[in-house]
Design a protein around this ligand. Structure first.
Ligand code: NAD
Ligand code: MG
Length: 498
């Protein structure tokens, strides 16, 4: 096997040991190669070198994993018999284990995805831990109520039961985070699951499942099958799956929703966005420039809620654009292990080609103010932080989710106009406004159609606050009570007393 030869000196011995072995599915608590022995390579997008080989799951492997999850969900299984409080403790223990292995996990995440290691260590890993800790308190909050029904001498009550075996399909932009967003509420609810990480970034999901076993979560409860879209398709279509939870592209989300509808499986979808950030003339421009920069260029723009469309009042438009352009020109691009890097590479050659295509197309539709270079003098899928301006609301730069470090800025004149233009999108994941005026802030926040609205900030997410989208940005919510409810089925029980 060809392994990346030049891992940075600071990569932990634990991460090196993990990469030295071929990695397999985790099925029923066992590291399990594919039945036909298939594997695929996972690549370091900074060097384009192979990190390790990973099992490629086909229908037979998916079937094996779903069967393990079904057995773990059977009445009387150790997981079904486990007290709610003990499920909570297992989640808390898993959080502790992530904390103990934080350096190793940050290394694996940075190598597999390309993101700066310090961002993985300070962002992805701690936020995953916080979600597990939040949901360690959820099992005790899964409560029913008594219901004053019309029937005479009837005692009625509700319970909330785990929906069953869940197919959890996640993307590559925050590989561990997106996995934890799903496994934490699913485990808290008492479900069992098959997690399929993205083919570009399978490593931390495998490590997560190993740590879950160490935390006392019984074998078969959290299975991982690695593979690509075909693997995911087989998982969605499997008759043993009760619920599908997906994060990724709107196109695949539609296909999954269609299939789940036909099979009458419960489904939640967290899809793309083209999220507008509005700057009113009275805003604190220093804050705007700082937040708008991070809102689009953090994680090299590969964020579903990226602030990829900036609408700034014409009176301050030039200043805002100049400020962001200056930051873009001086930001450091490089591998996740180089010093002070803000933008790592894009995750894959495909994503690089897609984003470069938007930049090339954009040159004809809009004015290029900063960046635009997609061929750097080194290996790796790097793209400069790029900024365009245009007044054309129909340009693909304005309408499409690019999912790369590409910002389009547009001027506006009035509040009514900008509220209308900002909502004229098929998406509705995030939107924001910067203003010092309290009534403008609340007025605009009320007008914006998006699952998350940000006032004088951008991109906050919290385990306790629902997250998800209007329109083509998805169905359902993750996080908070809503996120937990997505893994529960309500049941009404009627008891005739006399
Ligand atoms: P994708 O939707 O194809 O992949 C996401 C996950 O779904 C991966 O695990 C993949 O293997 C799986 N998958 C793919 N096809 C499937 C199918 N038919 N059935 C079941 N599972 C399937 O995303 P991508 O191709 O990697 O990225 C393309 C675009 O999607 C990006 O450019 C970006 O616009 C968007 N995207 C959005 C998010 C988000 O967080 N909302 C994340 C990643 C990508
Ligand atoms: Mg990779």
């Amino acid at each position: 096997m060809s392994i990346a030869t030049a891992l940075h000196d600071s990569v932990t011995p634990e991460a090196r040991a993990f990469l030295a072995a071929e990695q397999h599915h985790i099925i029923d608590g066992q590291s399990t190669p594919s039945q036909d022995g298939s594997t695929f390579e996972t690549i370091d997008p900074s060097s384009e070198e192979v990190l390790t080989r990973v099992a490629y799951g086909r229908e037979a492997d998916v079937d094996n994993a779903v069967q393990a999850a079904r057995n773990a969900f059977a009445v009387g299984s150790p997981w079904r018999r486990m007290a709610a409080a003990d499920r909570g403790l297992a989640l808390a223990k898993l959080a502790d284990l992530l904390e103990r292995h934080a350096d190793e996990l940050a290394d694996l995440e940075s190598l597999d995805n390309g993101k700066p290691r310090r961002f993985a260590r300070q962002g992805d890993i701690p936020s995953s831990i916080a979600i597990l800790r939040y949901h360690s308190g959820s099992p005790a909050r899964i409560q029913g109520r008594t219901v004053p029904v019309r029937g005479r001498d009837v005692f009625a009550y509700t319970t909330r039961e785990p929906v069953g075996v869940c197919a959890l399909i996640v993307p590559w932009n925050f590989p561990l985070g997106m996995a934890v967003w799903k496994i934490a509420p699913a485990l808290a609810a008492g479900c069992t699951m098959v997690l399929k990480p993205a083919e570009q970034t399978p490593l931390t999901a495998i490590r997560l499942a190993q740590l879950a076993l160490e935390a006392g979560i019984p074998p078969g409860v959290l299975n991982v099958v690695t593979g690509d879209g075909e693997t995911g398709k087989a998982l969605v279509a499997h008759p043993g799956v009760d619920k599908v939870a997906f994060t990724g592209s709107t196109a695949v989300g539609r296909a999954i929703g269609e299939r789940a509808g036909r099979d009458l499986k419960s489904v939640t979808l967290e899809l793309g966005g083209k999220s507008p950030l509005i700057v009113m003339p009275d805003a604190d421009l220093e804050q705007v420039i700082k937040r708008a920069f991070a809102g689009i260029y953090y994680n090299s723009g590969q964020v579903c809620s990226a602030s990829s469309r900036l609408l700034a009042h014409k009176s301050i438009f030039d200043d805002v654009v100049a400020g962001i352009a200056e930051k873009a020109r001086t930001s450091i691009i490089g591998s996740g292990f180089e010093d002070n890097v803000y933008l790592g590479p894009l995750v894959s050659r495909e994503q690089h080609t897609r984003v470069a295509g938007y930049i090339e197309g954009g040159r004809g539709q809009a004015e290029l103010v900063a960046g635009g270079e997609t061929r750097l003098d080194r290996p790796g899928y790097f793209v400069e932080p790029t900024l365009f301006t245009t007044t054309d609301d129909d340009a693909p730069l304005v309408r499409d989710e690019i999912f790369g470090p590409v910002l389009v800025a547009q001027p506006f004149e009035s509040l009514e106009e900008v509220a209308h233009r900002a909502s004229d999108t098929e998406y509705g994941l995030a939107a924001g406004v910067f203003t010092r005026d309290l009534s403008t802030a609340h007025k605009v926040a009320g007008l914006l159609r998006a699952g998350s609205v940000y006032v004088n900030c951008w991109g906050l997410a919290d385990p306790a606050a629902p997250f998800g989208g209007f329109g083509a940005s998805g169905i359902g919510r993750e996080h908070g009570e809503e996120g937990l409810a997505a893994y529960l089925e309500p049941k009404s029980t009627f008891v005739q007393l006399g």
